[in-house]
Design a protein around this ligand. Sequence first.
Ligand SMILES: [Zn+2]
Length: 266
Amino acid sequence: MYQLNQIPSEAQIKKTIRWCVFGTTLHCPDCLSRSVCVYGKRYRCKSCKGKFSLFSHTWLSNLKLPLQTFWLVLWCFVAQVPVKQSSKLSRLSITTIRHWFDVFRSKLPEDQNILEHLVQLDEAYFGGKEVRTLFLGKEIGTKKLAYRILKRNPAREDAWNFLESYIRPNTTLNTDGGSIYHKIDNWWPVNHNRDIHKKFEFEHTSEIEGMFGVLRTFVRRMYHHVTRDKLQSVVLEFCTRFSHPEMFENPQSFLQITLHLIPTRC
Ligand SMILES: [Zn+2]
């Protein structure tokens, strides 16, 4: 691994992780007692006699990488360093980097927005023969997105379902002239505007089409390509980066949101 200034010392990393996991006071992950004694690198709860370590009750419990290497890989992920570059920087294999980026993506919170006021909705297609359809909605003038991925070409019912799940009644909804959106306001109470692309009307859907362009560029640059089974989590990553840039400021901001204590018993 290269020695880089953005990688803190091992002791500093431990301190940061301890703070992300336990906050200001070390406590037992199982019974929350603060009456804890230290032995070696581990801790023991005086109340319930449970044993734990900094990582034992988090998704880092099986971490085999040296801490500084782990931090560098996470730094690459949050800073959007492409897989290949990350592999060169960390001297880990591309497979290992892809594995860790998969792990980081799997920790992203999956709460989706309900969109309102003025929304653009459009769909894009991925994956060639075994097509995947991505519905993406954007609340105009905000960072709010909502998406759904289908394992087939979309039918009108899919568009209705998307509206029921993610669009508040009385929203102004802009789509293109696609037949799946035809008379959609009969199925969900929205004020519907359609662009007819043949007539060179793009004004109503320009922003959402721009988002698809940015998504495709992001995938190509960061991962080179995305397999069908990973599309869902890569789209989640893309949307989270867009809606919650504060999570990706540095490794610490990412860990603060994703590292929680997982009690082994209740
Ligand atoms: Zn305890």
